[in-house]
Every structure is written in structure tokens, then in C-alpha cells.
Design a protein around this ligand. Structure first.
Ligand SMILES: Cc1cc2nc3c(=O)[nH]c(=O)nc-3n(C[C@H](O)[C@H](O)[C@H](O)COP(=O)(O)OP(=O)(O)OC[C@H]3O[C@@H](n4cnc5c(N)ncnc54)[C@H](O)[C@@H]3O)c2cc1C
Length: 327
């Protein structure tokens, strides 16, 4: 039995684990994939420029530093275990059923409190839903950031003009690909610093444009057909690798089945990261509250708050002091 079980080992869950350990609570992080979250599973090669105190750091390395830090504080961690069921036994705590994603075996855990930090794991990437899209593998199309080795020297079309699309375009350009961007809106919607970089790289772009069809044969893409608003004929863009970064659709059926209140497909929390279920806290990309901003830094900060709330729930101290955290 752990005092805190943390579902999800991204920046939110790992930081929650660290702060649990600073309070000397036993903490177990369970992740359905690789511990590290989106830093390793979505954009491992990308530089991160907004982690305070570090001018830039490659995402994989930042993840490794977070993992090492959590290990040093003796946070228990396990990967490849997807949490499927959560049941509350009232005062007795929570029963958690996870499944080993490799062996399919069931793993059971018990904890006095839970922190849900499943981030983007509950999100499925939005598809273009155009002819030719189905059945293409990661060798021809990705909904994540492209693997540099897969796009080097290729003709790459990046669909999406938010931060993910802008960063994918930069990564492919840096890998030596010939990149073209397609954006449904009449402008990019990402951060100004990302737009500046894409402008400096002089990456060609088509605004107010949507993909209509993908020409592919034998699992390889030859071209993408796209239509621009106000232009009668669609254009044919030569392409041998397609990157689609047009957002993700959340699927919170599992969270709902755990009895946790969901709002706009995200977990509703108060400023102490409390959910609608007593003893269950949540943090990171999966939560919503007024002013929520999805970033590494906010995920980590919310992880810290969730850990403090779990501490109050489990240990019920007469007074909350910060002294033991710093000494
Ligand atoms: C392309 C891209 C670039 C980005 N660049 C930046 C950047 O430069 N700076 C920045 O601040 N932010 C950036 N972000 C956002 C940042 O990555 C997220 O805000 C952050 O990862 C959220 O952390 P998290 O811990 O909430 O979730 P995640 O990182 O998504 O981690 C959640 C973890 O939960 C696990 N999980 C999910 N479901 C289950 C389950 N049922 N059981 C067990 N485990 C589960 C997943 O496997 C995953 O490891 C970027 C995002 C993208 C997509």
C-alpha cells in the first residue's frame, strides 16, 4: 500500500512524486508507456527553450533529468502499465487495476490517495479524414513530431500552423528536408518566437488551405492535394513524408468510469488540484481551471500543488509548514 499512487509519469506526475517524497510519503508512479511523458514520446529531439534556468535543452535530456531527480528522491516508478480501473474503498483508500501493456497481465495496487497526471495520454491525434490517409505507417505519415532520420532529404508537407506544426516544420527543415506548410486558418496560431523561426527558415506556406486527398501507393506517399479558399482548382504538392499536427481529441471515458467529474473533456480541479472525488487529485495537461495554460512548467507546478494536497489528505497534519521541505 502506497500513500500516493500517481497515474502518469510525465512532468506533472514526476514532479508530484518528487514533492511527495520531500514530504516523506511513499509514492508510486505508474505509466502506460515510457516514463517522461510527451517529452520522450512526442518530441524527444526537440529543444525546449522555456524551462527556467536552462537556456535550451533537448526534450529527451530534460526528461532524463526529471527521472534521475525523482529516482534520487526515491520515487518508485514503473512503465508499461496502463491504469484501467480505479475503485474507492472509502477510508481504506483506492484499489487500482493496471494492465501490463506487453504481457497483458493484470497488476493491482492500493493507495491512500491518487494523483491523476495522464496528460496527453488520453488524447488521440486528430486525423485529416481524407482519401489515402488510412493504412499509412510512421514510415510515411506521423501525427507527432517527425523523427529527423525519417525526414532527412525528403519532401515533407506539414499540416497545421500551431506550435506543434511550426516546431515539426523547423525540425524537418533542420534535418535537411524540403518543407512546405499547410494551414487551414489565414495565419499561424503558434507562439511568436516559433513563427519567427519558421519565417527565418523561409519555409513556404499555404494559408486558408486544407488537404483534400493523399496519393499513396504501396505505403509510400507521392503527393498531397490541397484546396485553398477562393481558388477553384486544388493544387498538387509533391510529398514523400506527411506530418499532421492539427490537434488531438480527448477520450476521457476511462476517467469518467473512475467516477471523476469531467468538464469539456478535461478533469475539473480547484486551485488545490482537488477533483470531485475526495482523495483524488489531478495535474498537468489533463486538468482544467480558469487560466489553465498547457506547459511543462505549469504541469510541474500543478504536480507540486497536487502533492501538497495529497499530503494534507493522507497525513492530516495539524498545521501545514514548509520547513520540512527545505531542511
Ligand atoms: C510537439 C509539442 C511540443 C511541445 N513543446 C513544449 C515546450 O517547448 N515547452 C513547454 O512548456 N511545453 C511544451 N509542450 C507541452 C508539454 O509537453 C505538456 O504541457 C506537458 O508534457 C504536460 O505534462 P503532463 O505530465 O501533464 O502530461 P504528459 O507529458 O502527456 O504525460 C502523461 C503521461 O501519462 C501516461 N498515461 C496516460 N494515460 C495513462 C494511464 N491510463 N495509465 C498510466 N499512465 C498513463 C502517458 O503515457 C504519459 O507518459 C509541447 C507539446 C507538444 C505536443
Amino acid at each position: 500500500m502506497h500513500e500516493v499512487l500517481i497515474i502518469g509519469g510525465g512532468p506533472a506526475g514526476l514532479t508530484a512524486g518528487m514533492y511527495c517524497r520531500m514530504r516523506k510519503m511513499s509514492a508510486l508512479v505508474v505509466d502506460s508507456g515510457r516514463v517522461g511523458g510527451q517529452l520522450v514520446s512526442v518530441y524527444g529531439d526537440k529543444p525546449v527553450h522555456d524551462w527556467p534556468g536552462v537556456h535550451d535543452i533537448i526534450a529527451n535530456e530534460l526528461a532524463q533529468r526529471l527521472i534521475d531527480h525523482a529516482k534520487a528522491l526515491e520515487v518508485e516508478m514503473t512503465g508499461n502499465q496502463k491504469v484501467e480501473e480505479v475503485t474507492s474503498g472509502g477510508e481504506a483508500g483506492f484499489d487500482v487495476v493496471a494492465r501490463d501493456v506487453v504481457t497483458k497481465e493484470e497488476r493491482r495496487h492500493r493507495a491512500s490517495s491518487l494523483i491523476v497526471a495522464i496528460g496527453g495520454g488520453a488524447f488521440e491525434p486528430r486525423k485529416l479524414k481524407v482519401p489515402g490517409e488510412d493504412g499509412l505507417s510512421e514510415e510515411a505519415l506521423t501525427y507527432r513530431m517527425p523523427d529527423k532520420a525519417k525526414v532527412a532529404g525528403k519532401k515533407v508537407v506539414v499540416v497545421g500552423g500551431g506550435d506543434s506544426g511550426l516546431e515539426s516544420a523547423q525540425a524537418a527543415h533542420e534535418a535537411g528536408a524540403k518543407v512546405t506548410m499547410i494551414q487551414a486558418m489565414d495565419r499561424f496560431t503558434g507562439m511568436e518566437s516559433n513563427i519567427d523561426l519558421v519565417n527565418r527558415m523561409e519555409i513556404p506556406r499555404h494559408f486558408s488551405t486544407r488537404v483534400r486527398q493523399i496519393d499513396a501507393e504501396g505505403g509510400r506517399i507521392q503527393a498531397v492535394w490541397a484546396a485553398t479558399k477562393g481558388v477553384s482548382d486544388p493544387m498538387r504538392l509533391e510529398c514523400d513524408y506527411l506530418v499532421v499536427n492539427i490537434g488531438a481529441a480527448p477520450n476521457l471515458d476511462a476517467v469518467r468510469s473512475w467516477g471523476i467529474e469531467v468538464e469539456s473533456n478535461l478533469i475539473k480541479v480547484d486551485c488545490s488540484m482537488r477533483t470531485s472525488v475526495e482523495g483524488v487529485f489531478a495535474c498537468g495537461d489533463i486538468v482544467t481551471y480558469e487560466g489553465k495554460y498547457k506547459l511543462l512548467l505549469t504541469a510541474a507546478s500543478e504536480g507540486c500543488v497536487a502533492a501538497q494536497s495529497a499530503y494534507l489528505h493522507v497525513r492530516k497534519p495539524q498545521r501545514l509548514t514548509m520547513t520540512d521541505l527545505w531542511t
